[in-house]
Design a protein. Sequence first.
Length: 240
Amino acid sequence: MERVQKILSRAGIASRRASEQLMLQGRVSLNGTPVRELGTKADPALDDIRVDGRRVTAERPRFLLLNKPRGVVTTRSDPQRRPTVIDLIADVREHVYPVGRLDFDSEGLLILTNDGDLAAKLMHPRYGIPRVYEVRTAGLPDARDLRRLSSGAITIDGRPSEPALVRLLDGRVPPTVQVTVREGRNRQVRKMFEAVGHPVTSLRRVAFGPVRDPRLKPGCWRDLTTREIQQLRSAVAGPR
């Protein structure tokens, strides 16, 4: 017997916390009865569990790595009918969803999975999973700009950013700067460079935690290896 929210998370419906919200909203039923008590347990092999009337079936865990190109939305569906990351993995049968986001104009590595627990931990700030980006900027940031970016002295949406690892990879114009952050704040890297007067002209994520793949072409995807999955699980085994 397992808690219903854990069953929903493992089935790829949503993260455990989001599944709890579905339960509180009365959208989850167990053997025909709405489930609003978060401590309710069930047997996924024997009980009839439904979300919005649709029966939940257990899926095998699936972990994908996608190189998201620019001009694609990091979501399962888009009301504006723009292309989504799910369109790029049309052959995948499991109900996977993206771990975090890359904005419409950004590109690079994105993990998708139906393991809601792992996805939630990878995004939680207590684990501090590093994300590595290569950015090109308008104008050349000087040494003072790079110190500000790395020190955590920049205020984003009313609160300071955490310290980041910042390296100038190419000092030609436009320059290429490598940035490693451990926060998942909305458009964080772009806002950091705007704050020092050098807006980002292109942004590419080259690593998510221990996962890298410089050979994966934009628009292409692959399954994570067993070793990569183990590395991700190890990365969230305890708080940073």
